[in-house]
Design a protein around this ligand. Structure first.
Ligand SMILES: [Ca+2]
Length: 403
């Protein structure tokens, strides 16, 4: 009889525990529900996860480049429904924010710098030379120094350089683009990924909208050119050493690491944006191969074996979304779909953040969060996403389970 009562007691306890876990029922459930109704601002405590943050600009000699936007107390005005989640978000406006070159989360603030920031352009000695959509494309650090990847036009030469922002000396000078009059420096890439304190991958594009046979596009296949490559920059004895990591890239604007894989997004021509899994020494095909077409709709070769072997993308976007950035997915989304992998991609033309779930180089499905503004960069911290738009301020929101 005693044992029977004991079993009954255990069963009751198990049922209560599983209800608490599954439906998150607690003795305070009714109180919490009422309380939540009144909250319409972002719970900013989840933004601040300083352990995840690495400041690329902490070594700026002058800390007055760029601007800060306060994300605290952002009002939630919108909600996006996904299959099992919702994303409640709001927007903070900023009149000064345009097309950003770099941004980073700093606690409750986001720091950003526009691509045409006058002060930095002046310090770089490039005033009056930021034409053909040029400007600062990215800022990153190696050891205790910050660097800028900047594109510009000087005496009909469209080109790019990497500059040490402490000494203002260039550590990498790219050659003039051939037939520079066809350059569109929006296509110069700029995605980067820190591999270690002193090593970084920096993605350089082939900046033109001309057809695949144009000399600018052809540089992507040349081992003698840094255009159209993902480069590995290493700081060795205070000197930056540059080597080619992978080739055949068109306009790679974002790089990230998911588990042990390096993933990059690049913009294609008319259709054919790509997510690629980047491995050292491989050829990602541009301009020999693309699932998009020329802008005049002439087809581009679809074979990965002819004329030479090139790597197929993990996923291609047709039509183009103008993929702008790539990062990990929010934590509860990762957990929900584990053991599969998840990567998030933002877009300018598509005005979206897509979650792409894949396994063993195969995409299983994707879910889209549709916004109304072009998204240039985004950050994922826990279940919070902060997204920097073009000209329309900053989006901040939290992913929640619907159930
Ligand atoms: Ca490709």
């Amino acid at each position: 009889m005693k044992i029977f009562r004991y079993i009954l007691y255990i069963l009751a306890l198990m049922t209560f525990t599983s209800l608490m876990v599954k439906w998150q029922i607690s003795p305070y459930v009714f109180f919490i529900k009422d309380f939540k109704k009144n909250i319409s601002i972002i719970d900013h405590s989840s933004i601040v996860n300083t352990e995840e943050l690495t400041s690329e600009t902490k070594n700026f000699k002058h800390h007055d480049f760029g601007s800060l936007i306060d994300l605290k107390n952002t009002k939630i005005s919108e909600s996006i429904q996904l299959n099992n989640f919702k994303f409640d978000w709001g927007r903070v406006d900023s009149k000064k924010l345009q097309r950003v070159a770099a941004a980073e989360l700093r606690g409750n603030h986001i720091w950003y710098i526009n691509q045409d920031n006058e002060e930095l352009i002046w310090r770089l000695g490039l005033e009056g030379k930021i034409t053909s959509n040029g400007g600062i494309k990215s800022i990153f650090s190696l050891s205790n120094k910050s660097y800028a990847y900047v594109t510009y036009v000087e005496n009909d030469c469209a080109t790019a350089r990497v500059v040490d922002l402490t000494s203002m000396k260039e550590v990498l000078q790219l050659p003039c683009l051939p037939n520079s009059e066809n350059a569109d420096l929006n296509g110069a890439g700029g995605g980067w990924l820190k591999l270690s304190e002193k090593t970084i991958l920096l993605a350089i594009g082939t900046p033109t909208n001309a057809n695949t046979d144009h000399e600018i596009n052809q540089t992507a296949q040349s081992d003698q050119s840094f255009w159209g490559k993902i480069l590995k920059l290493s700081l060795v004895n205070e000197k930056v050493i540059v080597e080619i990591f992978s080739k055949g890239h068109r306009n790679p604007q974002g790089l990230t690491q998911i588990r042990k894989s390096i993933l990059a997004v690049e913009q294609g021509p008319m259709g054919g944006d790509e997510i690629n899994i980047i491995k050292k020494g491989l050829n990602y095909g541009w301009p020999l191969q693309s699932l998009g077409s020329e802008y005049d709709l002439e087809p581009i070769n679809k074979s990965y074996n002819k004329p030479i072997h090139t790597e197929p993308p993990l996923l291609s976007f047709v039509p183009s979304i103008a993929a702008s950035n790539i990062s990990k997915c929010p934590q509860m989304y990762i957990d929900y779909y584990a053991p599969n992998n998840c990567v998030a991609v933002s877009s300018l033309r598509g005005k979206s953040i897509d979650f792409i779930v894949y396994k063993n180089n195969k995409v299983l499905f994707s879910e889209k969060m549709q916004f109304k503004t072009r998204i240039r960069k985004f950050f994922v911290s826990g279940n919070t996403i902060v997204a920097v738009t073009d000209f329309k301020g900053v989006i901040i929101g939290n992913l929640k389970k619907i159930l």
